[in-house]
Design a binder for this molecule. Sequence first.
Ligand code: MGD
Ligand code: MGD
Ligand code: MO
Length: 805
Amino acid sequence: MVDEDRIAAPWGARTPYAPGEPWPVRVDGQLQDGIGPDDVERWVPTASLLHSNGDAMDIAVRDGRMVGVRGRAGDRVNHGRLGPKDLFGWQAGASPDRLTRPLIREGGRLVECDGETAMGRVVARSKELLDQRGPGSIGFYTTGQLFLEEYYTLAVIAHAGIGTNHLDGNTRLCTATAAESLKQTFGSDGQPGSYTDIDHADTIALFGHNMAETQAVSWMRILDRLAGASPPRLVCVDPRATPVAQRATVHLAPRGGTNVALLNALLHEIIRTDRVDHAYVREHAVGYEELTKCVAPCTPAWAAEICDVPARAIAEAAEILGASQRLLSTVLQGVYQSHQATAAAVQINNLHLLRGMLGRPGAGVLQMNGQPTAQNTRECGANGDLPGFRNWQNEAHIADLARVWNVEPLSIPHYGPPTHALQMFRYAEQGSIGMLWISGTNPAVSLPELARIRAILSGEGLFTVVQDLFLTETAQLADVVLPAATWGEKTGTFTNADRTVHLSGKAVEPPGQARPDLEIFLDYARRMDFRDKDGAPLVSWHDAESAFEAWKRCSAGRPCDYTGLSYAKLRGADGIQWPCTEQAPGGTERLYAEGFTWAHSEAAESYGKDLVTGAAFEEADYRVRNPDGKAMLRAAEYVPPHEEPTPQFPLRLTTGRTLYHFHTRTKTGRVPQLNAAAPEVWVELSAADAARDGLGEGDLVEVATPRGRVHARLRISGIREGVAFLPFHYGYWDTPLGHRPPDGAGRAANETTITDWDPVSKQPLYKTSAARVTLIARSEGQPSPAPTATASAPVRAHRTHGGQR
Ligand SMILES: Nc1nc2c(c(=O)[nH]1)N[C@H]1C(S)=C(S)[C@@H](COP(=O)(O)OP(=O)(O)OC[C@H]3O[C@@H](n4cnc5c(=O)[nH]c(N)nc54)[C@H](O)[C@@H]3O)O[C@H]1N2
Ligand SMILES: Nc1nc2c(c(=O)[nH]1)N[C@H]1C(S)=C(S)[C@@H](COP(=O)(O)OP(=O)(O)OC[C@H]3O[C@@H](n4cnc5c(=O)[nH]c(N)nc54)[C@H](O)[C@@H]3O)O[C@H]1N2
Ligand SMILES: [Mo]
């Protein structure tokens, strides 16, 4: 068990290793005060819920309660390690303010009721809307934090039961661009790489990915390589001085929103210095000429002007990428939520195609996920795609799905792509969506332009169902609140960013009347009496395992093939990567070791989109561009961000995360150690920007954009000049204000963000808006509450601590 203070030392002690060696085991754990390992009655296997890394762990149970966790030594993902959020986060489930009874709105107030009344209302409203306005009046907005079985059931209910096209997840805010970039390059979603590529890589490039804070265990793996023989070289692209940047061989800190310019310059240099694997490109890719032409004018000097990064540093980074023999790249929100998101993410795929860096140990790209089960949302089609990565434009795929569900193809809406989340909120705003069922997400804090979102959710014409653990900012605006069970209180599978599937067991009972999301969805399907075309129940399963079996049938023959998996097999194993089939019973470590099977037009999940407008191509276009089903090099020119700084709003505002909190803090804000490490919102500026405006560490300032304002204490950090950073974790459920922020300033970053999205992936642009920072009150000597072991470290040091018992 952990003796160190893992709040102060988040990555723990080093266990160095050399390329190609197995990563040494280090078992991390944390038990409640006064409980020793001998006091634990049972250990229940699961994996981490507070990010997408999929670290395998066991929950310690005593007297029917969770009393701690430990990492699983034998698991391929973490070799026993856990990050700070997982070491402490398990305590959240037992919070005294968990929802234990359903609530309904009566006379403007939420009041407790029984399950029958609550579900009765949801069903009555659904039937009324179906009768009066048709399936398009009902929308579902789900998450990346439930289990596979739950998403699949929801996808069947929405697509075939209700027959609505309005089903999406908060994965739209999270990894829609990852999925889209994989479709654009490889024809289908599906993560090419594997975490084991870290063990072999000679070069690791992290693009807009603060892995140290957001996938802490994978960062430990990199730190252990850095501490061992023949360490890899690191390239980091991030405007902040993150812990990743501090360890990088080259750190490029571009202006926010200029990724495509920078990446095009890197590709320009790779081509100019002829670091292209021509044989690989000839055999496996189309689009080389177009790409070459597009990046020809993109010299480092050209990009240096746009990105405000020295041309010399860009050339140096290109030299490292070009000289690598085993290159691993990871990509996350600094790309996906930034300007030209898909266009930029695709350039990183291009880098790997040009260099022949795919499908072998150490050569891989990880278009990362964020949430623990975002992969499942995507593969089950609860994210605005169809289940099994099927193509909505391909009639044969629709017919196949109709066969699996035993329904008529026409009853599965596919006149267009499933509606994306921000469009669903627009429809709710306009009134065409009359019921929105929100499960496992807190849009009143996480969506852009919160004043507008609050107005939509509390609007008279919209019936809102919220399914959550707590009375969140969103639940407070609902018409019906359904209390849900969560991680450790229910059984299901989840799949991490490198396609590893884990089974998560039930360790304890949920509180009160809280029910697993699966049970709620099954109950709804039963009450709605959804039928297949022969009159049998559409949803024929009754528990997690039977739902998993149903999903296996749906996944058969698709890229995410689960047919070789079963609960029994997952119980005996330590994480298995899909595709897992009869032919590959042990799973598949890397995709695309033998060509690009899913890029043929008959198989592809998408026929591609225009990278500037997002317009979808037709099948005929696709066949012409890619007749042999190869990988696609897709070029994109840089265009400036939509909202550029002005004299009134001179800064580029970006938003993101800290190590200690998860999203809107419904869990981590209720965990004493984590909350104490980062108790309150802050804003970061560079020393130069602060000095120019006469601002000092700890000053209370207002961050304003054309949408809204946030009050926060200033941290003078290593962030690049001209950029301000706000963590987006801080809603208002635990503020002294209680409910809503008053008119005027709040503390949620999304009071300020813009309603705008990438035209290709439809992912919101949380990383680029124009802002100003002005003084409200001097600090009186107190530093800002921002953590110090992380990217928000002050230029002048004091230390965050407090994880020790
Ligand atoms: N501790 C913690 N871990 C988490 C989560 C959490 O809430 N807390 N959430 C999980 C989820 S759902 C997700 S999606 C992931 C997100 O994980 P990350 O993507 O690593 O996290 P972010 O902080 O959103 O953004 C990463 C970096 O992007 C940089 N950035 C901003 N704008 C730009 C830009 O224009 N270009 C470039 N190159 N970089 C830019 C920021 O400075 C920031 O350091 O984390 C997962 N893990
Ligand atoms: N400004 C800004 N905004 C952002 C981002 C950013 O970087 N900047 N990042 C975006 C990204 S990547 C993401 S992923 C989103 C996250 O945004 P949200 O999804 O809104 O954030 P969470 O706090 O994770 O909300 C999850 C909710 O589900 C509940 N929950 C947890 N487990 C269960 C369960 O088992 N069942 C049910 N029914 N409920 C459960 C939790 O209590 C919580 O209320 O935010 C996005 N918003
Ligand atoms: Mo995310």
